[in-house]
Design a protein around this ligand. Structure first.
Ligand code: GLY
Ligand code: MN
Ligand code: MN
Length: 461
């Protein structure tokens, strides 16, 4: 974890934003895989990590916004635990690491909440995303556990988002480390991208790098020669000539900061003409979007710029036609790029989405569109210095979507359906980088990962 001052300062900042009531931040507990003692990899709750830094199961942080006192609730390990787990720090010792001296056992939490409820004090909590946390909240607050998400504190959600959105220097250093690990993962995948190799071999190799160099992957690896499926987690194919492999993968550092990088590599390491045509379009959308990234520019404007680049270049190839601005306004480009340009990244790879996407990327003035494609844009607001974003345009040939639109004659004034057939074998292409918004512009994080046609072909050879 970071030094205790980091957490003390963050809690002080939060206290300035929430003036009264109690903040209840429930850390994650172990989640069983198939029987209680056989658990999934433990991942601490990111908001708990942000304010308390303690990376162990079974802890709850309580902030009294009226008195200014913070307390950690947790149970000390007993001899039985120590026999199986080895010597463990006490809850007091742990709490001191995040600048808190007041601790109590978990059984005292119920009393404390009961007391607060009897005094009609406001209890601020964040939307729970795990069944275990919903159950705990329901029990503590004497409410239906299934309704805990809707009872969450909007004031606390907004306060947390305002803080976590702006990354501190120590956080940016961590994200840089996470991108460095992703460099190793992606270069390894590119070098292994040869005819006859199994997707699973490459998946296992890069997952191993994430585990060896950090805290594992930041989300389940997407790796497939069927890149037209945007989040393809099945790795059962054998790489064959003429296909392209989409690898969308990132790592967590040991402190759980994420990277999220995508590269698309032709099997065998050499692009054919059609692959190059589409790849250069996606690359242009990626590099032009990065170039334009600066404070004040909105992620929505940048998204539409990227969509216009893709539309205009697809028009040059003969796959689209008509007026580019009109085609994008109508949503015709979404046949080829049905997702948003990018999302925030930090302690979560899609940062803070558990708090509600519309609280992060939209507000009272900027509302989410319900148009197909644009509706998937996770963030529409202007960038601020300290934001960290992904920039990830893509171009996909999704047989089912193309067949449906073609049968409906949808956007036939903008799409040359007869020309698409020749490109179907490409599957999908996505290129994703991680960018910090600085005072004057932006910085692409981490060591540059091969991206141009020349760089990819060179690393593959
Ligand atoms: N890693 C999934 C995404 O790029 O959003
Ligand atoms: Mn990604
Ligand atoms: Mn992403």
């Amino acid at each position: 974890m970071f030094k205790s001052e980091v957490y003390t300062r963050r809690r002080e900042e939060l206290r300035k934003k929430i003036k009264s009531g109690i903040g209840l931040l429930i850390g994650n507990i172990e989640a069983p895989m198939n029987y209680p003692d056989n658990t999934y990899h433990f991942r601490q709750d990111s908001d708990f990590l942000y304010y308390f830094g303690l990376d162990l199961p079974g802890l709850t942080g309580l902030m009294d916004f009226d008195s200014g006192k913070d307390r950690i609730f947790g149970n000390d390990y007993d001899m039985d635990d120590i026999i199986w787990m080895g010597p463990q720090p006490t809850i007091k010792e742990l709490a001191m690491k995040c600048g808190i001296s007041d601790t109590a056992s978990i059984s005292k939490l119920e009393e404390r909440i009961k007391d607060a409820l009897s005094k009609k004090r406001k209890i601020h909590f964040l939307p729970p995303y795990r069944g275990e946390t919903k159950m705990t909240l329901g029990k503590l607050l004497k409410e239906n556990p299934c309704q805990m998400k809707t009872h969450a504190s909007v004031d606390l959600i907004k306060a947390v988002i305002s803080m976590r959105s702006i990354k501190e220097k120590v956080e940016i250093d961590e994200i840089e480390k996470a991108v460095e690990i992703a460099y190793e993962m992606h270069v390894t995948a590119m070098k292994m991208c040869k005819q006859g190799v199994r997707e699973q071999d490459i998946f296992g190799a890069i997952e191993g790098i994430a585990l060896a160099k950090g805290g594992g992957t930041s989300f389940p690896v997407i790796l497939s020669i069927n890149g037209q499926t945007l989040h393809n987690h099945s790795h059962g194919n054998i790489l064959s000539k003429g296909k392209m492999m989409v690898t969308d993968a990132g790592a967590e550092t040991n402190l759980h900061y994420a990277s999220d990088i995508t590269r698309t590599t032709p099997v065998g390491g050499k692009f054919n003409e059609k692959q190059k045509d589409i790849y250069e379009i996606v690359l242009k959308a990626n590099t032009e979007a990065i170039k334009a990234t600066k404070p004040g520019m909105s992620n929505r404007d940048l998204h539409f710029n990227a969509c216009k680049i893709i539309t205009s270049e697809m028009k040059n190839l003969g796959l689209m036609k008509g007026d580019v601005d009109e085609a994008v306004a109508a949503g015709a480009h979404a046949l080829f790029m049905p997702h948003g340009l990018g999302h925030m990244m930090g302690l979560d790879v899609h940062d803070m989405e558990a708090l509600g996407e519309n609280f992060i990327g939209y507000n009272d003035e900027v509302k989410r569109s319900d148009q197909f494609g644009t509706a998937f844009l996770r963030f529409a607001l202007p960038y601020k210095p300290g934001h960290v974003f992904t920039v990830e345009p893509g171009c996909y040939f999704i047989p089912e979507l193309i067949a449906k639109w073609k049968a409906e004659g949808k956007f036939k004034e903008y799409i040359n359906y007869s020309k698409i057939d020749g490109y179907m074998s490409i599957g999908g292409i996505r290129i994703e980088d991680n960018v910090l918004i600085t005072e004057k512009g932006h910085k692409v994080l981490g060591k540059p990962i091969p991206k141009t046609v020349k760089e990819v072909e060179s690393i593959c050879s």
